[in-house]
Design a binder for this molecule. Structure first.
Ligand code: SF4
Length: 63
């Protein structure tokens, strides 16, 4: 699974980063970004929790 953060939708609430810091972190623009190319299987669940917690649905799956 590959994910990305739509920078236009992220409101920098920090929910995804607190739920899954292995996958999400702040970028230089003060928004959240995905820091790994492929989501490691051992953090897939918390990465999905972060995705579900996003209030603006900014976290999306790369097709
Ligand atoms: S949960 Fe969504 S809005 Fe909040 S920081 Fe993460 S990507 Fe941005």
């Amino acid at each position: 699974m590959k994910l990305f953060v739509d920078q236009d939708l992220c409101i920098a609430c920090g929910a995804c980063i607190s739920l899954c810091p292995e996958v999400y972190d702040w970028n230089d623009d003060g928004k959240a970004d995905v820091t790994v190319d492929e989501i490691p299987s051992d953090v897939e669940e918390s990465a999905a929790d972060g995705m579900d917690s996003c209030p603006t649905e900014a976290i999306q799956e790369k097709k």
